[in-house]
Ligand binder design. Sequence first.
Ligand SMILES: [Zn+2]
Length: 323
Amino acid sequence: MEKPYVVGIDIGGTNTVFGVVDARGTILYSGSIKTGKYADVNDYVAELAKGLKSVIDQAGGPDKIKGVGVGAPNGNFFNGCIEFAPNLPWKGKIPLAQLISEQIDGIPVALTNDANAAGIGEMTYGAARGMKDFIMITLGTGVGSGIVINGQMVYGHDGFAGELGHTIIRRENGRLCGCGRHGCLETYCSATGVARSAREFLTKSTEPSLLRDIPAENITSKDVYDAAVKGDKIAQDIFEFTGTILGEALADFIAFSSPEAIVLFGGLAKAGDYIFKPIQKAIDDNVLNIYKGKTKLLASELKDSDAAVLGASALGWELRDIK
Ligand SMILES: [Zn+2]
């Protein structure tokens, strides 16, 4: 009998969320634990396994589970390890997929980074259903990406392919990035990048803005969006600036793999026309002629609260291909 469910686990710096998912992308049973509470990864896995067993039992037991997918920062699909993840409490190279599998009756576990998981989720349940070539861009605290070519996630020779957020898009006076280099896409087009732009824009001009009511260090990309919706000129200019930079970068990415679509995920992707219009314009202005008008720009169709678990779970279906 075909096993009807998969389990998705999303590991974030603060919380780990998990759930049992069916083939249509419905999360049936879910739970969460605090990632940061466990200095020792073995204690963390033990607690996670307790939660997993509980939701797996609710779903009818291990025999019903096809596989478990994990999305984690710096997760390496090839060896199932988290490698030197800056925002997780455990240092070095952690064989997390194996540790989890051992605790849940040997159900196979696959692991990848969170942006790749989002891409697989989008391909399985979301806006990229039926597509063989697309690029997923996640716009969160950072900018992540998953590149799918011919129906396969591109992992590269070492498992770390697709760090488009760290392509350098400003060679002169580029902003300092968390990776230690300057001018990465992420420093402009992540949620934190937008907040950074807001502080710059407010310093550079004396124009009135709703954003001036907020202490500069507390401004978030959501504040910029709220102000833009209310007609705030500076806020709208910030989106114009952000979207233009992102669109210029996407025009280059299109030249790499000629994707059918680019799917945007994350808080910024919900800013609608404020961000999509300048992105689209910058793509059209910059893309090579042969690609013009061929690549769709789409917003993710995965529900925000579910997306991370769904994305990770989609990896669980793929386990049939690996074994
Ligand atoms: Zn960087």
